[in-house]
Design a protein around this ligand. Structure first.
Ligand SMILES: Cc1cc2nc3c(=O)[nH]c(=O)nc-3n(C[C@H](O)[C@H](O)[C@H](O)COP(=O)(O)O)c2cc1C
Length: 482
């Protein structure tokens, strides 16, 4: 796995691999560039580098950095699950006697490699402060015709929990509403929004936030990862990357900021000013209705001299974020298996809208086991936003939806095996519910049933033909093929 310094470094590598298409035509970030990015994802055209951005001389725009499995393999290897396993191994802490303590010391030293590294050098050469601040100098996209305006679609929003001083880096869209004003769309269940609530509970009226645009691909990716609140996201990004993220301490906000992004917006969240955000064409393929979100007041912009703006387009799948979601599914599987050792595999199909629909296979060991897994997963971090969960036996390949459908049809008695949780929290984007944030869940236990569950023996499944019969048949088939 190569470690990239920044977006430019990564693009050089993509260029060498023939994965970049240069677009010389003058195109606008309002609808035109986004429309071509959508085509690039849908038609597998790879990364696009827009060299002539209408109205933004000095800027380039890049699109589709993660939009198919080639990129995921390049960044995380043939089997991204191994990265999750590597991180888990690093986090394993021995305990007990003297020898174990020595080994713990070694482990802590080993971990230090992944901590953020403070550096004096940084990529930013241009600074706008106070009245000079103008978000309109950045080629922010209007992605769909019905969007309320321009939105940063892949910003890395950096904030710090006031209680534990732990950093969160989240990808939350930001709507530009003025030269130095924007709306921060962190949804109710996300870490950024929880940080906002903690500041409010403390009676404060503002808190600092920095937003990085672009950066090395792993840092970008980690912003979309569902990291539990107790874990610092700079550390997690370093673990994922194989080396600590280079940061510097902002003399404006005191926050640590990535040293090698393309641009940084610094300012504060104004807890006294909430305005209607949206509409915005979102992951579910619909425009999200307007909701109130806090104002982000931008007081300083830092820029590279040769900045590249990275934005994505979300909408009805498949889109670029679907592949990001798939990589997250693979990397986090070892973590799920640690909490639920019975889990064998998981599939969040791209058309199931991230956590909208999930299929989990388990090594079933007792009656009611599938429902226990449902209840556990529905209580777990961002997995708790899952709406439809299908649990199958370990011999079902969760990635083969025909096998999943067969498992449902051949094992489910709906009255017994379908679980509905009538009122609980739901994804802020879920437009199917009558009250925002409140919805139901459905679990389908598509595992074979124990006697205690069925009330009688589970029937004998048709087995294969005996070996001697098969040998004879295969011989005939091979001759038929000739
Ligand atoms: C392209 C893209 C856009 C996203 N936009 C938003 C958004 O506007 N609001 C939001 O809360 N989450 C959004 N997400 C999802 C979060 O980035 C994701 O849930 C992440 O894990 C943040 O979690 P955290 O708040 O726990 O750190 C987006 C993800 C992607 C890949």
């Amino acid at each position: 796995m190569r470690i990239y310094k920044d977006l430019h470094d990564y693009l050089n590598e993509l260029e060498q691999l023939n994965l970049v298409t240069y677009i010389q035509e003058e195109l606008s970030p309002v609808l035109e560039i986004p429309a071509l990015i959508v085509e690039a994802v849908r038609k597998g055209l790879g990364t696009l580098l827009f060299e002539n951005v209408k109205g933004y001389p000095g800027w380039k725009v890049v699109g589709n950095l993660f939009g198919d499995w080639r990129y995921i393999k390049l960044l995380f290897g043939e089997n991204p699950e191994d990265i999750g396993k590597r991180i888990l191994d690093l986090l394993k802490v021995p305990y007990g006697g003297f020898i174990e303590k020595l080994s713990l010391l070694k482990d802590v030293t080993r971990l230090s490699k992944y901590l953020p590294k403070e550096t004096r050098s940084k990529s930013y050469k241009v600074e706008y402060v106070g009245d000079e601040v103008n978000l309109n100098i950045i080629p922010v996209f209007k992605t769909w015709p019905g969007d309320a305006g321009k939105f940063f679609t892949y910003p890395l929003v950096i904030s710090r929990d006031p209680e534990h001083k732990i950093y969160n880096i989240g990808v939350y869209r930001i709507q530009v509403i003025g030269r130095n004003e924007a709306l921060m769309h962190w949804q109710a269940h996300k870490r950024g929004s929880i940080t906002e609530k903690i500041y409010r509970e403390k009676g404060l009226t503002e808190f600092p936030v920095a937003v990085a645009i672009g950066g090395d691909p792993i840092l970008l990716f980690s912003g979309a990862c569902p990291i539990p609140r107790g874990i610092d996201e700079y550390l997690f990004a370093g673990l994922l990357r194989g080396e600590g993220i280079k940061v510097f301490k902002s003399d404006y906000s005191g926050l640590y900021i990535p040293a090698y992004a393309e641009a940084v917006l610094e300012g504060y969240i104004d807890l006294t000013d909430y305005r209607l955000e949206g509409p915005f064409g979102d992951h579910m393929g619909y425009y999200t209705p307007q909701e109130y979100y806090p104002v982000f007041r931008v007081e300083r912009i830092l820029l590279r001299r040769d900045p590249i703006y990275y934005g994505t387009v979300v909408g009805k799948p498949p889109m670029e974020d679907g592949y990001i979601g798939k990589a997250i599914e693979r990397i986090f599987l070892p973590f799920l298996k640690m909490i639920f050792p019975e889990i064998v595999d998981i599939n969040l199909p791209i058309h199931g809208l991230f956590h909208g629909l999930a299929v989990v296979s388990i090594k079933k060991r007792y009656p009611g086991h599938a429902k226990k897994v449902m209840l556990g997963l529905w209580g777990l971090g961002q997995f708790s936003l899952n709406k439809i969960l299908i649990v199958v036996d370990s011999d079902v390949d969760v990635h083969d939806l025909n096998q999943v459908v067969y498992a449902i049809s051949s094992t489910v008695d709906p009255k017994r095996d379908v679980v509905i949780i009538p009122y609980t929290h739901t994804d802020a984007l879920d437009h199917t519910v009558s009250t925002p944030l409140i919805g139901s869940k459905m679990g389908i236990d598509a595992t074979r049933k124990y006697r205690e569950e069925l009330g009688r023996e589970w029937p004998k499944e048709i087995e294969g033909y005996p070996d001697d019969v098969m040998r004879k048949i295969e011989d005939i088939v091979s001759r038929l093929r000739k």
